[in-house]
Design a protein around this ligand. Sequence first.
Ligand SMILES: *[C@@H]1O[C@H](CO)[C@@H](O)[C@H](O)[C@H]1NC(C)=O
Ligand SMILES: *[C@@H]1O[C@H](CO)[C@@H](O)[C@H](O)[C@H]1NC(C)=O
Ligand SMILES: *[C@@H]1O[C@H](CO)[C@@H](O)[C@H](O)[C@H]1NC(C)=O
Ligand SMILES: *[C@@H]1O[C@H](CO)[C@@H](O)[C@H](O)[C@H]1NC(C)=O
Ligand SMILES: *[C@@H]1O[C@H](CO)[C@@H](O)[C@H](O)[C@H]1NC(C)=O
Ligand SMILES: *[C@@H]1O[C@H](CO)[C@@H](O)[C@H](O)[C@H]1NC(C)=O
Ligand SMILES: *[C@@H]1O[C@H](CO)[C@@H](O)[C@H](O)[C@H]1NC(C)=O
Ligand SMILES: CC(=O)N[C@H]1CO[C@H](CO)[C@@H](O)[C@@H]1O
Length: 379
Amino acid sequence: MFYHQLYLVLLLVLITININSLALTIDPKSNTVHLEAPNLSGQYHNNRPSLLFSSNVNKIELISKADVINPCNGTFIKTNGTTCGLKEIMLGRCYQYQYIQRGLYLSNTTAVKNCTELYELFESEVRFKPYCNMNMSTYEKYFQRALEGVHVINRAIFWSGTYAITHTYSAHGHNYITLEDTLAANMLDGLMWCGKENDPQGFDYVSCPNNCQDNRWADLAFWGLASKTFAERVAGEIYVVLNGSRTDGRPSYRNGSYFAEFELPNFQRTGPYRVTKINILVLHTPDLPVVERCGEKSIIHLEHLIRDAQFEYICIDDPDELLLIMCGDSWGARECEVARTALRRAWDFKVFGKSNANYYPLSLLLLFFTGIFCQMLSN
Ligand SMILES: *[C@@H]1O[C@H](CO)[C@@H](O)[C@H](O)[C@H]1NC(C)=O
Ligand SMILES: *[C@@H]1O[C@H](CO)[C@@H](O)[C@H](O)[C@H]1NC(C)=O
Ligand SMILES: *[C@@H]1O[C@H](CO)[C@@H](O)[C@H](O)[C@H]1NC(C)=O
Ligand SMILES: *[C@@H]1O[C@H](CO)[C@@H](O)[C@H](O)[C@H]1NC(C)=O
Ligand SMILES: *[C@@H]1O[C@H](CO)[C@@H](O)[C@H](O)[C@H]1NC(C)=O
Ligand SMILES: *[C@@H]1O[C@H](CO)[C@@H](O)[C@H](O)[C@H]1NC(C)=O
Ligand SMILES: *[C@@H]1O[C@H](CO)[C@@H](O)[C@H](O)[C@H]1NC(C)=O
Ligand SMILES: CC(=O)N[C@H]1CO[C@H](CO)[C@@H](O)[C@@H]1O
C-alpha cells in the first residue's frame, strides 16, 4: 500500500516536472510561426553556358523581326534576350561594389575604378556586334581594366558542380572570393546579353542564341575569359570545391569543365603571386549516393595534374564547415537528422540551461522504471 502511494506521489512530481519542461519547450506563440526550410537552389543561379557541345541542344534562333515589341518598354515579358536595364544594372553594381562592399576584401588595390569607363569598354566589345562572332579576345580590354591591380591572396575559392554551396560559403567575399565576387564578374553575374547588328539599340532584347554551331568560343567569350583572368590573379593557397555525388554521370573533376579548361592551367607557378597550395574539398550531398572520394577516380587524375604542376596538394572529404551548410539546405535529409537532434539539445541547454529534448523522454523512462520498481516492492 505504502509503495503504491509513494509511486503516485512520484508520478505527480514527475508529471509536474514534465509539464514545466513542456511549457519551456513549446511557447504557445511559436505554434503560429510558419518557417520555411532553407533552399539554396532558388537563391543563386549560374549563367555560365555549358561547355559541352552536344548536337541535341536546341538551336535557338535569333529572332530579328523588327515588329517584335521591345520587352523592356511597356509591359515586361520575360524573354531569352538581353536583360532589360543591362547598362543601369552594371553601373549600379559597379558603384555598389566599390563604395559599399570593397572595404571588406580585395585589399591590395586601393584604386577606385571608373565605372563609366568599364561599362563603355564592355559595351564597345559587344554592342552592334553579332553574338556568334565573339571569341576569347573579345572582352580582353574589359577584364584587363576591371581586374587591374587585383591579387587574391590565400582567399580564392573555385567551384565545379557546387555553385550554390560555394557561394554561400564564400559569403560574397567575406570568407573567400569566388570569380563571381570580383568586380569584373560581379557586374555581369546572372545577366544575359547579346549584340545585334543593324539595330537602333545594338542589343537583342528578345532572344540571344546560347550556342553558336560554328563558333564554340562565342559562348565562352565572357565566362571563359573571366575564369582565365581570375585564375591568373589568385595567389598562395587556393580552394576548390568539387561535387563527389553528381547524379548527372559527370565525374567530380571533368576534362572540359571551366575549372579544367580555364582555371587549373592558368594558375601562376612562378613570381611573387604564384599559387603554392591547392586544397581540394570534395562534398557529398545528403540523400545522394557517394560517387567519388579523395584519392579515387577522376580526383586521382586531378592530383597528378596538380603535383605535376608542382603545387602542393591536399584533398579533404566534407569539411565540417561545409557539412553544416549542406545540412542547412537539405533540412529533411536522413544524414542530417542526428545533427538536428543534437543541435536542438545543445541549444535548449544553452538557452534554458537544460536539455529539454533529452529531459522529457528521460523522465518518462524514470517514471517507467520507478513504476516497475514500486510494483516489485509491493509484490
Ligand atoms: C527550392 O527552390 C527552387 C526554385 O525556387 C524550387 O524549384 C524548388 O522546388 C525548391 N525546393 C524545395 C525543396 O522547396
Ligand atoms: C524604349 O524606351 C527607351 C527609353 O524610354 C527609348 O529610348 C527606346 O527607343 C524605346 N524602345 C522602343 C523599341 O520603343
Ligand atoms: C526561352 O528558352 C527556353 C529554352 O530554350 C524556351 O523553353 C522558352 O520558351 C524561351 N522563352 C521565350 C519567352 O522565348
Ligand atoms: C570615366 O570615364 C569616362 C569615359 O571614359 C570619362 O568620360 C570620365 O571623365 C571618367 N571619369 C573620371 C573621374 O575619370
Ligand atoms: C577574335 O576576333 C577578332 C575580330 O573578329 C579577331 O581580330 C581576332 O584575331 C580573334 N581572336 C582570336 C583569338 O580568334
Ligand atoms: C552535386 O551534384 C548534384 C547533381 O548532379 C546536385 O544535386 C547536388 O546538389 C550537388 N552537390 C553540391 C554540394 O553542390
Ligand atoms: C583528360 O585529359 C587528359 C589529358 O588531356 C587525359 O589523359 C585523360 O585521360 C582525360 N580524362 C578523361 C576522363 O577524359
Ligand atoms: C599582400 C600584398 O601582396 N601586398 C602588396 C600590395 O601591393 C603593393 C604594391 O603593388 C605591394 O608592395 C604589396 O606587397
